[in-house]
Design a protein around this ligand. Structure first.
Ligand code: ZN
Length: 242
């Protein structure tokens, strides 16, 4: 995966700021994989999507990802650092996965961006969760006879998450965190769309500031300034502010 150029970072930020995160992720992929139709990209499993976004993140902003979370027990701010290389090495292909439980058999498929977009329209978190669960169920049978997917026993419901993860092993990146203040340990879900978007947004605003300074000093156009290599841009900026 290639890196986003300076001009692309600004274009994405300008275009997708008003988008839902599901569409922001697709906007990034559309820009870098232009030969695939948007519907194909939206049909990628969330694990596949996130691996591509991680590759974009690595190419554009480097391998190390620094993030923060808050301890669920004492609210202490906890910093963590990750390597995209390590996260990209997670293996597992998306595909249908099945679960057998007391005569029931449930077949699940991986969730994709279409499913997330449908869930985004839900009015509550519970409704969104229920909708995603319904979306990923391909079929349910009891002793070989098809049954409705809304009549699953509670014990089976509890195991559906595990099966959904087996259908798309790269969809969930869990971080093991522990709190330096109170010692509490917990898992935090890595949200690569959120991380990448925050970085695109910060980089775009930083670049616009650089354009402003160099255009004011030299009268160059925005395009000319963005086409300079980062090293050359930084050198001119040092001279301008000297
Ligand atoms: Zn704590």
């Amino acid at each position: 995966m290639r890196a986003l150029t300076a001009a692309e970072v600004i274009r994405l930020w300008e275009l997708a700021s008003r988008y839902h995160p599901v569409d922001r992720a697709l906007a990034v992929l559309q820009l870098l994989i232009p030969d695939q139709h948007r519907d194909i990209l939206a049909g990628f499993s969330l694990g596949q999507r996130d691996q591509l976004l991680l590759a974009v993140r690595q190419a554009t902003f480097g391998d190390r990802v620094a993030g923060i979370d808050h301890c669920p027990q004492c609210d202490e701010t906890v910093e963590f650092e990750l390597s995209c290389d390590t996260l990209l090495a997670q293996s597992g292909e998306p595909g249908a996965a099945s679960l057998d439980y007391q005569g029931y058999r449930v077949v699940l498929r991986p969730l994709n961006s279409f499913d997330l977009a449908a869930a985004a329209a839900a009015t509550s978190l519970e409704q969104a969760r229920a909708l995603l669960q319904r979306q990923c169920i391909v079929e349910v049978s009891l002793q070989g006879e098809a049954v409705a997917s809304d009549q699953l026993p509670a014990g089976l419901q509890d195991r559906l998450n595990e099966t959904a993860l087996a259908a798309d092993p790269q969809a969930e990146i869990l971080l093991d965190l522990d709190c330096p203040a109170c010692g509490h340990k917990w898992h935090s879900l890595l949200d690569i769309v959120h991380i990448l978007w925050a970085e695109i947004s910060a980089r775009a605003q930083h670049l616009l500031r650089e354009v402003h300074l160099l255009a004011s000093a030299y009268g160059w156009s925005e395009q000319q300034i963005l086409e300079l290599s980062p090293t050359r841009r930084a050198s001119y900026l040092r001279m301008v502010s000297a």
